[in-house]
Design a binder for this molecule. Structure first.
Ligand code: AGP
Length: 426
């Protein structure tokens, strides 16, 4: 792999940047735990409040309507379902929600691109749930997706409309029956980082609430180990940030980061001249492989694709050679770990350089991969959020190395809003 070890063109320490967005993620998650968890149970405002008269589901709470969609509640006959909708990074969050809610609460979930959903009349039934994810709450395809339902003579009042937003006074929020604020605070970077992590964490909490309501835990121990790891996640993230990002947060511009001082910086330096990247993950780690590829495109301007790891042999494997870095999210805690390992061996057999993200005790990958990014142990369903931190940092570092304007990437705006669309700007 062509590489360079460059003196760090560090961000102006002390100025708020995308790096401070990422650095602030553990505090955002701690705040969500404080506000949305009470005595080990999830308490999201409005989740247990009855819908008002005049609504087709009046008198029922959103939690009751949502849990009524569970396989556990409707063993046979037609099932209501969740449609989860978003754009860009928010679409990746909807895909993560699909895995988490199906795994934990046995509720059928479909993830949709807002730009597609907006133009096809969805086949919805009384009792269905539509969740729209948008950090800004102003993305036109997301807002219009929910407005088409509101306008519909039958569906308008018969489905539960939920907004998952970072702005409770947004257009999208005003259209919905329930608003869940991800409380990420303002993001300096146009490319979303802590916003994605906060949204993923809110879906972890919602899945926990639904699993409790639908009683889908196989044993109390399963629930308690998940909740323990959930409460540990901010600290685990901080541990990764301290090891990988602290040198960037502290270094002044003229002092290069020494080799080995910041493992992820070394990996960035040694792969920054790549023309392409592939990101792989399985199960609930597939959506973060997609988001890792998105950040690589947005921040480093490097073409990148995310795939479910097993899909690689159905085409993308033809791309693999010594010039193609392949990032693989492969936690040992994952039920398909052995299968992911064989995907890594397929890459290795074609001289592809593998960058593995796994738990710190997993030595066997040290032998198999060029680079290993070691993470603290966590629950299988929480690994996507922990693995997202080094993926965001790697893209950020390569963007810095290429002197890109990482806080305001070329061609990107924070929100592709209604106004922007009306002005023909997009
Ligand atoms: C920014 O990182 C994103 N990549 C961009 O795609 C964003 O996710 C998308 O525009 C949706 O924005 P929203 O979450 O505000 O709706």
């Amino acid at each position: 792999m062509v590489s360079m070890q460059a003196p760090l063109q560090a961000p102006d320490v002390g100025r708020e940047t995308m790096l401070t967005d990422i650095w602030g993620t553990p505090d955002v998650l701690r705040n969500l735990l404080q506000v949305y968890m009470k005595n080990g149970s999830v308490e999201i405002p409005g989740l247990r409040e009855k819908l008002p008269a005049g609504h087709g589901l009046a008198g029922k709470t959103p939690l009751e309507i949502m849990s009524a969609c569970s396989q556990k509640r409707m063993p046979s006959g037609f099932m209501n379902r969740f449609s989860v909708i978003g754009s860009g990074t928010s679409w990746h969050a909807t895909l993560l929600a699909e895995y988490l809610i199906e795994y934990m609460a046995r509720i059928p979930v479909e993830a949709h691109y807002a730009s597609e959903y907006r133009y096809h009349e969805p086949a919805l039934r009384l009792g269905d749930v539509v969740i729209v994810v948008s950090m800004s709450g102003e993305t036109v395809d997301a807002v219009e997706s929910i407005r088409q339902i509101t306008r519909h003579p039958e569906m308008g009042k018969s489905v539960l409309k939920v907004a998952v937003v970072n702005n409770s006074s947004s257009s999208l929020a005003s259209e919905c029956d329930l608003v869940i604020n991800v409380r990420a605070g303002a993001e300096v970077g146009v490319a979303s980082t802590k916003g994605f992590s906060a949204t993923g964490f809110v879906f972890e909490l919602l899945s926990l609430a639904l699993a409790d309501e639908c009683d889908t835990w196989s044993a109390d121990t399963e629930r308690s180990s998940f909740v323990k790891r959930l409460q540990e996640l901010p600290e685990s993230m901080k541990e990764v940030l301290d090891r990988e990002a602290k040198p960037l947060m502290q270094t002044s511009t003229d002092k290069p980061i020494g080799i080995g001082e910041c493992p992820l910086w070394d990996i960035g330096c040694q792969n920054v001249l790549a023309q392409n990247f592939i990101f792989l993950g399985r199960g609930c780690n597939f959506p973060v492989a997609l988001e890792g590829a998105m950040k690589c495109k947005e921040l480093a301007y490097i073409h990148a694709e995310g795939y479910p790891a097993a899909e690689m042999k159905h085409g993308p494997i033809a791309l693999i050679d010594e010039f193609m870095p392949v990032v693989v999210v492969c936690p040992r805690a994952d039920a398909t770990y052995e299968k992911i390992k064989s995907n890594i061996e397929e890459v290795k057999a074609r001289n592809g350089a593998t960058i593995a993200i796994t738990e710190k005790y997993n030595d066997e990958l040290e032998q198999l991969c060029e680079y290993v990014i070691a993470l603290p142990e966590t629950h299988e369903y929480l690994m996507p959020l922990l693995a997202m931190v080094p993926l965001q940092l790697l893209a950020y570092m390569m963007g810095i190395l290429r002197n890109n304007t990482v806080d305001h990437p070329r061609g990107l705006v924070k929100s592709v809003s209604v106004k922007l669309e009306e002005s023909g700007g997009y």
